[in-house]
Design a protein around this ligand. Structure first.
Ligand code: AFP
Length: 333
């Protein structure tokens, strides 16, 4: 079985034969991301044995309490991409500023990442993830790179995530479909399991932190009232699934259909999730799979960002549910 299987590296090489934008530099960057996914998978599994659970006692640039694993996985990410040439700059949830990694000729990309998504799950052995978005870049120094990234003169050309769950999965797109690979730990290879993933146009799961229900606008409360009405002819009520790790909750919507949303609340006036390394990469993935991502009032990827750690209201998943959410938010129902 394994001799026929398509490894992640071979998949990238095959794509490079037919996709012009899959340059040698992008291929090597993506392969390195696969390698990082394997290291993180191993280190996350060992964390309880190595004393790497619990809090550090510091906060990250957006005010979240940092877990030891947040810092450790960020250090691994920085180290892994400092050793290779294609990444000019790294934007991470755990770093205040864009970090220059290389200004060499090969350094054509900016990597935006949340190295450890869902940190509240680390200490209870629940799913967590790594999110990445890759932007083509130009710029000779820190200021130019950051300005170009924020002015959207750089295009997101690849994105994906690694999900550390019952098994470790890597899902990626480089703008020509979405592919999902499962890590075979014995072989040390990500093997293709989900070819050309298509997000169902409609599902019956919804994911949101309903603990915030009373802080949400009446439009969103009405949307929830709609989803929870008992009407089997329209497959309602929807079932609630919420792990507290965006990657895990989104992954369910991507494969099985449904909707994930994180609207503004009392503590997060502009939503909680960060645009560059949480929302935008998953938006790119979902659109490539035929789904949708929005702020509730506009396409997510059309949003102009001014700050590296800018937050955005976020809804993502099946086209029908995202459209319905927008309809409730813009007074269409
Ligand atoms: P981090 O662990 O990277 O900070 O991400 C957590 C997260 O941004 C996202 O993964 C979850 O969907 C969301 O927060 C959960 O937030 P609540 O605990 O407020 O529901």
């Amino acid at each position: 079985m394994h001799t026929k299987a398509m490894t992640f590296s071979r998949h990238i090489l095959e794509e490079a034969k037919v996709q012009q934008d899959m340059t040698a530099e992008l291929s090597s960057l993506l392969m390195q991301m696969g390698y990082v996914g394997k290291i993180l998978s191993r280190e996350i599994a060992r964390a309880p044995l190595k004393g790497r659970l619990g809090l550090v006692g510091e906060t990250n640039p957006t005010g979240d309490a940092q877990k030891k694993l947040d810092v450790y996985t960020n250090d691994i990410m920085v180290e892994a991409f400092s050793e290779t040439g294609p990444v000019a700059g790294l934007v991470s949830e755990e770093l205040e500023e864009l970090k220059i990694l290389s200004l060499g000729r090969e350094a054509k990309y900016i990597l935006c990442t949340d190295p450890l998504d869902g940190s509240s799950n680390t200490d209870i052995n629940a799913p967590i993830g790594t999110i990445f978005g890759i932007y083509r870049c130009s710029g000779n120094n820190h200021r130019e790179l950051e300005q170009n990234l924020l002015n959207e003169r750089m295009k997101q050309i690849a994105a994906g995530y690694v999900l550390y769950g019952a098994s470790t999965m890597l899902v990626y797109t480089c703008g020509h479909g979405v592919y999902g690979f499962t890590l075979d730990c014995d072989l040390g290879e990500f093997l293709l399991v989900h070819e050309n993933i298509s997000c169902p146009a409609r599902g019956h799961y919804c994911s949101a932190n309903l603990g915030r229900y009373h802080e949400w606008s009446s439009d969103i409360q009405n949307f929830i009232a709609h989803l929870t009405v008992h009407d089997p002819s329209t497959r309602r009520p929807y079932s609630l699934r919420y792990t507290g790790a965006l990657v895990a909750d989104f992954h369910r919507s991507l494969l099985e259909g449904g909707v994930y949303f994180y609207p503004p609340d009392a503590d997060h006036k502009n939503g909680k999730l960060r645009f560059l390394y949480e929302c935008a990469p998953l938006a790119f993935v979902v659109e490539q799979a035929g789904g949708c991502a929005s702020t509730g009032t506009q396409r997510l990827l059309d949003l102009k960002v001014e700050l590296l750690h800018q937050r955005a209201p976020f809804v993502i998943g099946s086209t029908e549910e995202v459209a319905l959410y927008e309809k409730f938010l813009t007074g269409g129902t």
